[in-house]
Design a protein around this ligand. Structure first.
Ligand code: NAP
Ligand code: ZN
Length: 352
């Protein structure tokens, strides 16, 4: 075991503060990574504040962070794909059983025994896993990704959650040229959804509650922008979409978006508001529409997404901050005041 600096929260109402945590010595299959950047996902906030307690309650202290890029510092004897000095990335998972049908299908994200990067039982050290708001992490090689060398590292970190969470459902839905695609909520996930839908050739419409994001949405790849408070603007798109990705973090009227789907259209929820959403049966039955959910993506698809980003030079638009600004960043995210992801420069932890 060795100690590493981190930022943790002691309770649902405590701010994040400097702490020291233990990491295991790498076993033969492990990769030890010095963390260079870690994105701030809205899921970090939901978890730190225990907002998802009915689904999974938070164990304290919590060290969040699951959008990790860094450099390999040490590898176990059986590791074949990484060596010291390589760039490496870790997303929302650090382990799974490897034997269940989902794992065998490359869907480790749905393995019943999947270990999340933070707030999951830690089978090595006991207690719970600690995430990326830290100097270093030790992860089984199977859950370590390769980062294309041409990508900016601060902007690449958010690909590990915001990237794969939007890439995966769009690929599954067949988002391509000729499809009309909506993205609801221009935050960390939403802005990646716009970049991917645009790169896949779709006609992209952004729905936002923030009129001030209109120009950015167009720059990011949207063809049209709708301010969702305008009934008139919404009505123009009624019954016209093939696919809508809903990436909203808070309670909202989902029927307003279901009604914009055409015959057989699909709305996929990736946003995870704490409270249940109310759905009118008529929003679905009148046009044989479907409503789905999606959670991150498997390891092979995450690598595919990173390679796609390398080939198309896609990264997240980030505001780089030192870890000391993390609590302020949380408040700004809650006000939808981030363009469009915070990426923490982990070198700032050395000052603690
Ligand atoms: P974020 O950066 O805070 O973006 C959320 C966006 O939703 C905001 O920028 C805002 O966009 C919109 N919004 C916020 N409050 C709203 C409200 N009251 N009514 C309508 N729109 C509102 O969050 P994120 O990191 O992208 O995460 C989004 C959600 O996805 C979170 O719930 C997160 O936990 C979840 N998530 C799920 C997965 C998964 O695997 N399914 C993975 C990661 C995150 P506008 O300003 O454009 O309206
Ligand atoms: Zn996330």
């Amino acid at each position: 075991m060795h100690n590493t600096k981190a930022y943790s929260a002691a309770s649902a109402t405590s701010p994040l503060a400097s702490a020291t945590i233990a990491r295991r010595e790498p076993t033969e299959h492990d990769v030890q990574i010095e963390i260079l950047f870690c994105g701030i996902c809205h899921s970090d906030i939901h978890s730190v504040r225990n907002e998802w307690s009915e689904f999974m309650s938070t164990a304290y202290p919590i060290v969040p962070g699951h959008e990790i890029v860094g450099r390999v510092t040490k590898v176990g004897a059986a590791v074949t794909r990484f060596q010291a000095g390589d760039l490496a990335a870790v997303g929302c998972m650090v382990d799974s059983d490897g034997t269940c049908p989902h794992c065998k299908a490359g869907l480790e994200n749905f393995c019943p025994n999947m270990t999340l990067t933070f707030n999951s039982p830690d089978k090595h050290l006991g207690g719970v896993t600690y995430g990326g708001y830290s100097e270093s992490i030790v992860v089984d090689e199977r859950f370590v990704l390769r980062v294309p060398a041409n990508l900016n590292l601060a902007g690449a970190a958010p690909l590990l959650c915001a990237g794969i969470t939007t890439y995966s459902p769009m690929r599954r839905a067949g988002v391509t040229k000729g499809k009309k695609v909506g993205v609801v909520g221009l935050g960390g996930l939403g802005h990646m959804g716009v970049k991917f839908a645009h790169a896949f050739g779709a006609h992209v419409v952004v729905f936002t509650t923030s009129p001030g994001k209109r120009e950015d949405a167009l720059r990011l790849g949207a063809d049209e922008v709708v301010v969702s408070s305008s009934v008139n603007e919404m009505q123009k798109h009624a019954g016209s979409f093939d696919f809508i990705l809903d990436a909203v973090s808070a309670d909202h009227d989902i029927n307003a978006y279901l009604n914009l789907l055409g015959l057989g259209g699909n709305l996929t929820l990736v946003g995870a508001p704490a409270k249940p959403l109310a759905i009118s049966a008529f929003s679905l039955i009148v046009a044989r529409r479907s409503l789905s959910g999606s959670m991150i993506g498997g390891i092979a698809e995450t690598q595919e997404m990173l390679d796609f980003c390398g080939a198309h030079n896609i990264t997240s638009d980030v505001e780089v901050i030192p870890i000391q600004k993390v609590n302020e960043a949380y408040e700004r995210i809650l006000k939808s005041d981030v363009k469009y992801r915070f990426s923490i420069d982990m070198a700032s932890l050395k000052a603690e």
